[in-house]
Design a binder for this molecule. Sequence first.
Ligand code: PMT
Length: 224
Amino acid sequence: SGRKPLAGKRALVTSGPTHEPIDPVRYIANRSSGKQGHAIAAALAALGADVTLVSGPTRLPDPPGCTVVAIETAREMLAACLAARDAAVPVDIAVCAAAVADWRVAGASDRKLKKDGGGPPALALTENPDILATLSQAGPRRPALVIGFAAETGDVVATATAKRARKGCDWIVANDVSLGTTTFGGTDNTVHIIRADGVESWPTMGKDAVGARLAEAIAAHVAD
Ligand code: PMT
């Protein structure tokens, strides 16, 4: 119902944590609930976009009107995002709100690790692919608008500004995830939208409201 300024546009959204296996029963994860990413996907769909949501494990229902691809690991998330990007209908807008594990366990065990008296196992980590940086790479399939998130502790805007340049995305949405904040897992978010031409700081609001306002900003940009 209502205005559909994103009708005819295809959007790809990532959401949630990734789970990186240690063995068949254990994994490394993080505190992302998927609330922010799912809210963005729902808001883009409400404005008429054709939305593919690639999500790690969450407790959330699928957002209405979205095609949901469930994954567990960062490598699965990358594969699903590249499949979406390279599909017949190109992706116009990509929003990477997922909290992707930067590292996975190198040589995860096929069998459950056991206490065998030899002391705790040493977990060697290896770097995961960067989905946002990959989607931001120049090329014929690059979405016209690529938006990343930056989860920071410390100088949020400065660190996120550097991250925007490093990853090559167009906008970055910075949020403070320091100890004592409930950005991870909570219902509210306080964000700074960093674009080439400056920073816009939004008041604290519900993640649904952040999603709605971001979708409106995207629609305004796409209409330009
Ligand atoms: O899920 P919620 O509980 O609602 O919490 C929301 C949130 C805090 C997870 C979300 O608002 C947020 O900040 N998401 C990004 C979390 C993160 O991992 O930030 P980062 O600064 O480490 O990563 C920067 C960007 O690169 C992000 O867009 C991330 O999706 C992307 N990335 C990171 C690593 C990687 N291997 N691949 C990526 O695509």
